[in-house]
Write a protein that binds this ligand. Structure first.
Ligand code: ADP
Length: 150
């Protein structure tokens, strides 16, 4: 069984995440959407809200599981019996950041990171831009799955 963990903050899930996950479903038998819990980070949405948005977005998709985790992503992968980490790449900055993390993860555990390039037209979307649009009463619905409503 090819199982991947797609880790992230998902504050909130965006059409960019959604696209990578949907395309990842063609590569893996199961994808665990793993919401990282970081006590030092300030989130716009609570853990429960972020989890609910994701669960609603993938309702009826049996290959998707939604979980939360604390600590190292690789330790969570071992616990969940996942051999792969799935990540998206938007731009050179993502590449540099992700490269260091992927190398570190492979040093720590034998886990391969699989990168999918963002679809054209979605590379500008980020959770932080969505939060900014929400804070300023803009039409955020164009940037997120229908499940995300505030
Ligand atoms: P983190 O806090 O770990 O950066 P995010 O929720 O911001 O978590 O992102 C999780 C993953 O989703 C990362 O691999 C990121 O590159 C990817 N991602 C986010 N937005 C997009 C997008 N628009 N297109 C492709 N990948 C994306």
């Amino acid at each position: 069984m090819k199982r991947a963990v797609f880790p992230g903050s998902f504050d909130p899930i965006t059409n960019g995440h959604y696209d990578i996950i949907e395309r990842g479903l063609k590569l893996f038998d199961e994808i665990i959407l793993a919401i990282g819990v970081n006590a030092d980070k300030k989130y716009m949405f609570s853990l429960e809200q972020r989890q609910q948005f994701i669960e609603d977005a993938f309702k009826g998709e049996p290959k998707i599981k939604v979980k939360t985790y604390e600590g190292l992503t690789v330790d969570f992968c071992i616990k969940e019996n996942a051999d792969f980490i799935l990540r998206g790449l938007r731009n050179p900055a993502d590449f540099e950041f992700e490269k260091a993390i992927a190398h570190t993860n492979r040093k720590l555990q034998k886990i391969e990171t699989v990168f999918l390039l963002t679809s054209s037209g979605k590379s500008y979307i980020s959770s932080s831009i969505v939060r900014d649009v929400i804070r300023n009463n803009g039409d955020y619905t164009l940037l997120v799955p229908d499940a995300v409503r505030v």
